[in-house]
Design a protein around this ligand. Structure first.
Ligand code: PGA
Length: 256
């Protein structure tokens, strides 16, 4: 079996004050101190990154951002660069989340530019793909996911190289924030498809080592069965990551 260390990532979206964020991360850090074999990441809003970094101290919990711009600096009002994220202590950045694609018209071409910029700085991208309910019902899940992979990883594809630390995330749009989780076998089917595409594009050795997270209404009640699937290597957790108890239970899924 390839060594893919499970990654449990909390996407805090546009939630929490600085004080709430610090309190939450302190609890997560304290209650998962002894957890071995699972990598933990939190992705707070930009304005709380620095305070969360300070609160983490020498904890092994990683810090990530939810988005970035592809340029290093410049006249891009309202944007944040990867360099700025690094200065705030981030090692990861979520790219192409469905909310960014749907609400802010982010295209796969933009995700591709961001992924290239992130990697050039040494930031690890978490690249999200996933179909809507309409697309699933029309039987277009694999076509949509493949088109997002082709577009969002275009630079890597052209260079025939993807950094082995890159993380993929499959997040069916119909399962995000809706309470409707994909069944483990529905998720596994798409994860396997993604790994197959990565294998054809970058080779077997590379694809076998890349982590693919599942996201969409992950909670303590369903994490263990999702993680039991062979191509699910972790979770991108929204709502349930805002509560210390539920996020810690998800991190400790092996004990559930
Ligand atoms: P959810 O969000 O867990 O609240 O469904 C997941 C995500 O959007 O990353």
């Amino acid at each position: 079996m390839p060594d893919r260390k499970p990654l449990i990532a909390g996407n805090w979206k546009m939630h929490l004050s600085v004080a709430e964020a610090v309190e939450l991360v302190r609890r997560i850090a304290a209650e998962t101190e002894d957890v071995q074999g699972v990598e933990v990441l939190v992705a707070p809003p930009f304005t709380t990154l620095y305070a969360v970094r300070e609160a983490l101290g020498d904890s092994r919990i990683r810090l990530g951002a939810q988005n970035m711009h592809w340029e290093m600096s410049g006249a891009y009002t309202g944007e944040i660069s990867g360099k700025m994220l690094q200065e705030a202590g981030c090692t990861y950045v979520i790219l192409g989340h469905s909310e960014r694609r749907a609400i802010f018209n982010e295209t796969s071409e933009m995700v591709d530019l961001k992924a290239r910029a992130a990697v050039s700085l040494g930031l690890i991208p978490i690249i999200c793909v996933g179909e809507t309910l309409e697309e699933r019902e029309a039987g277009r899940t694999f076509d949509v996911v493949q088109a997002q992979l082709e577009g969002s990883l275009n630079n890597f594809k052209e260079e025939k190289f993807i950094p082995p630390t890159t993380v993929m995330a499959y997040e069916p749009v119909w399962a995000i924030g809706t309470g409707k989780t994909a069944t483990p076998s529905q998720a596994q089917e798409v994860h396997q498809f993604i790994r197959g595409w990565l294998e054809r594009t970058f080779g077997t050795g590379v694809s076998a080592g890349l982590r693919i997270l599942y996201g969409g209404s992950v909670k303590p009640e369903n994490i263990a069965e999702l993680m039991a699937e062979p191509d699910i290597d972790g979770a991108l957790v929204g709502g349930a990551s805002l509560n210390a108890d539920s996020f810690v239970r998800i991190i400790c899924y092996e004990k559930l």
